[in-house]
Design a protein around this ligand. Structure first.
Ligand code: S3P
Length: 173
């Protein structure tokens, strides 16, 4: 057991539309700590993600993302990462020894969530759910590598999932 001053840092990873932001916000509220969404930080500093991809390429975005993750970890709180953050070895290194929650979701459940989204990796000719599925499969081992616990968001309300994560995090202290 550590003291009440423990910042209760917690990192959320998982595929696009797994609910990292909605769950993360709720977990942070329950734990009484700050919530940081690294994508939002990047957008605030550098503009929309599709524009960053189009103008500077994905590797540049990944570097901005690694820096945003490092900054957020130095501050603590509940930190939600973009779905592709784990593809970078440098970013995965930052997550070693951190409590990392992997949010999973089924392709069926994700279909409604990604409709109309502006995620550059789901744009293009291919069916977005098929594309999402392929990307998730490619990355699954990295999520598993960094994760300390896994929760599925397909069927239960986000608040219930957040409650389970809060209970899990409190057990870790
Ligand atoms: C990406 C996921 C997005 C965002 C960017 C790239 C990815 O975040 O970082 O579009 O590579 O999976 P979400 O996981 O919040 O959609």
């Amino acid at each position: 057991m550590t003291s009440e001053a423990d910042p209760l840092t917690l990192v959320l990873v998982g595929p696009m539309a797994a609910g990292k932001t909605s769950v993360g916000r709720r977990v942070a509220r329950r734990l009484g700590v700050a919530f940081v969404d690294t994508d939002k930080r990047i957008v605030a500093a550098h503009g929309p993600i599709p524009d960053i991809f189009a103008e500077h390429g994905e590797p540049h975005f990944r570097e901005l993302e690694r820096a945003a993750v490092a900054e957020a970890l130095s501050e603590g709180g509940v930190i939600s990462l973009g779905g592709g953050a784990v593809t970078q070895a440098d970013t995965r290194d930052l997550l070693k020894d951190q409590p990392v929650v992997f949010l999973t979701v089924s392709a069926d459940a994700v279909a409604g969530r990604i409709r109309g989204s502006n995620r550059p990796l789901l744009a293009g000719e291919e069916d977005p759910v098929e594309r999402w599925t392929k990307i998730f499969e490619e990355r699954r081992r990295w999520y598993a590598e960094v994760a300390s616990a896994t929760f599925d968001t397909s069927r239960r309300p986000m608040q219930k999932i957040a409650d389970d994560i809060v209970a899990w995090r409190r057990e870790q202290r």
